[in-house]
Design a binder for this molecule. Structure first.
Ligand code: F42
Length: 145
C-alpha cells in the first residue's frame, strides 16, 4: 500500500487535514496553546503506507527535533518505529516543505542539549518524561540537500 492513511485518532487526522488542506496557513498550532506544530510525513515500516504525524515545532537552526513523547504514554508511538526503519521524511513547517533525514539522538551530551531546547519550546515534555519509565526518544531531522 502506498497511499496516505490518516491517523485513527480523530483530532490528529483533523489537524493534518486542516494544516495540509490550507497549504500550511491554518491548523498550525496545538489546540488553544498557540504553540507551533509541524507535520512529519513518512512511511509505515510494515505497511509502506504514507503516515502524517503532527508534532510540536522544536527548531535547532535548520534542523528540527522530533520528540516521541506521546503525552508520557508507557510505549513509544508507532511513528518512532517507522522512523527507525526508514529515516527519510518530509517536514512541513507552515507553508514550507523540506526533505529531511532523521537520526535518533543517543549521545548523552547532544541529547541533553536538544532536550533542553525541546522543553523550552514545549514545557509539558518535562512532565511527560516524569510520568513514564521509558526515556523519551529524540530524533534530529536534518536537510538532505
Ligand atoms: N506526539 C508526540 O509524540 N510528540 C509531539 O510533540 C506531539 C505533538 C502533537 C501536536 C499536535 C497534534 O495534533 C498531535 C501531536 N502529537 C505528538 C501526537 C502525534 O501526532 C501522534 O498521534 C502520537 O504520537 C501517536 O503516534 P502513533 O504513530 O502511535 O499513532 C497512533 C495514533 C496510531 O495508532 N497510529 C496508527 C495506527 O493505525 O495504529 C499507526 C500505524 C502505523 O504507523 N503502522 C506502521 C505501518 O507499517 O504502517 C507499523 C507500526 C508498527 O510498529 O507496528
Amino acid at each position: 500500500m502506498t497511499e496516505y492513511v490518516p491517523s485513527p485518532s480523530q483530532w490528529v487526522a483533523d489537524q493534518v487535514a486542516l494544516y495540509e488542506g490550507s497549504g500550511g496557513t491554518e491548523g498550525t498550532t496545538l489546540r488553544d496553546t498557540g504553540l507551533p506544530v509541524i507535520i512529519v510525513t513518512n512511511r509505515g515500516w510494515k505497511t509502506g503506507a504514507v503516515r502524517k504525524t503532527p508534532l510540536m515545532r522544536v527548531a535547532d537552526g535548520r534542523n528540527y527535533i522530533l520528540v516521541a513523547s506521546q503525552g508520557g504514554a508507557p510505549k513509544h508511538p508507532y511513528w518512532y518505529h517507522n522512523l527507525k526503519a526508514d529515516p527519510n521524511v518530509e517536514i512541513r513547517d507552515k507553508t514550507e516543505v523540506y526533505t529531511m533525514r532523521v537520526r535518533e539522538v543517543v549521545d548523552t551530551e547532544e541529547r541533553k542539549r536538544l532536550w533542553a531546547i525541546a522543553v523550552e519550546a514545549f514545557p509539558p515534555y518535562q512532565s511527560y518524561q516524569q510520568k513514564t519509565e521509558r526515556v523519551i526518544p529524540l530524533f534530529v531531522a536534518e536537510p538532505t540537500a
